[in-house]
Design a protein around this ligand. Sequence first.
Ligand code: KIV
Ligand code: ZN
Length: 395
Amino acid sequence: MTDHYVRIFDTTLRDGEQSPGATLTSPEKLEIARGLARLGVDVIEAGFPAASPDDLEAVRRIAQEVGNSEINGRTPIICGLARAAKRDIDKAWEAVSPARHPRIHTFLATSEIHMQYKLKMTREQVLEKVREMVAYAHSLCPDIEFSPEDAGRSDPQFLYTVLGEAIRAGATTLNIPDTVGYTTPDEFGELIRGIIANTPGIENCVVSVHCHDDLGLATANSLAGIRAGARQAEVTINGIGERAGNTSLEEVVMALHTRHPVYHLDTGIDTTQLMRLSRMVSNYTGIVVQPNKAIVGANAFAHEAGIHQDGILKNQQTYEIMRPETVGVNQSQLVLGKHSGRHAFKTRLQDLGYELNEEDLEKMFARFKDLADKKKTITNADLEALVSDELLQHQ
Ligand code: KIV
Ligand code: ZN
């Protein structure tokens, strides 16, 4: 793997499923995991096996089936989350061990507020627990990821020490979570830069970013972390997850793809699968995708303003920075409404098989504008009704 490759670690089935109301059944999880493998993600975090026997069983099935299948010559790593506790680590190992490439992901909080109030542990106790539990996980599984929870609000000096100890105990991926979406892109980029510069042994590890979207900055923070040297991004389909959600997979992948000349970084994602996966996850979780959501929202490739529609009809790149087919959308949509212009109106009538002369076109356009003032969007059926009405009046 070159230094220009960003691993995509999908946590839709773990952090994503932590979205309020997003419970998935085991068959749904398996179907999503298959879709993620087809999409080309490098790691599937399939769940939190210690959470319930059902969770453990679902992760185990994914490990058995998806973790041993080969798609386009690749088999994804199957990962299970575990708190820094023996019982959790044992359950995670039981669940992921059938996979060809299993991973245990263990975590412990490092911010003062979490250590003092949630864990009721001192820094020394946290350090000792990290050493002990990472080493224990590593005695079971060669591929260990460690996350200092709430890293975004942790003392960087303490983070360097904790991460250094995790590496000495066997961690090979160091994931840096902005658990509560508190940081800004400048700060998060600096945090990653500082970790890479100051953590002993980090040069042999993969640094990962895991951002939450409480301030709407998850994608920007992840990209800032990647620019600072992180080579794994933890993401979810449609950005679902705790509270305001996680970084959205499709946004990070398409930013790296569309702005390749800026980042010079690649992923293994087949971007044409993005829309399909987005719909599947939305259907199974019941979490609707907002229409203006970047990349996969219903309006992401829809144009209503006359000036924009005219531009698109002349050259798509006037108002589109990505081709819709690149993300699995058939074509851009010109939505007819009160902001639409003659060009789009005429083109749609032609698509429907109506060739009108200039005079009729003007009359029809005026009637269309009247209707558009009363109705949000004008459908093909509305247009056909307008045309037949006009034709009737001619008879
Ligand atoms: O947000 C977070 O801190 C997490 C960790 C478990 C990685 O999801
Ligand atoms: Zn998280």
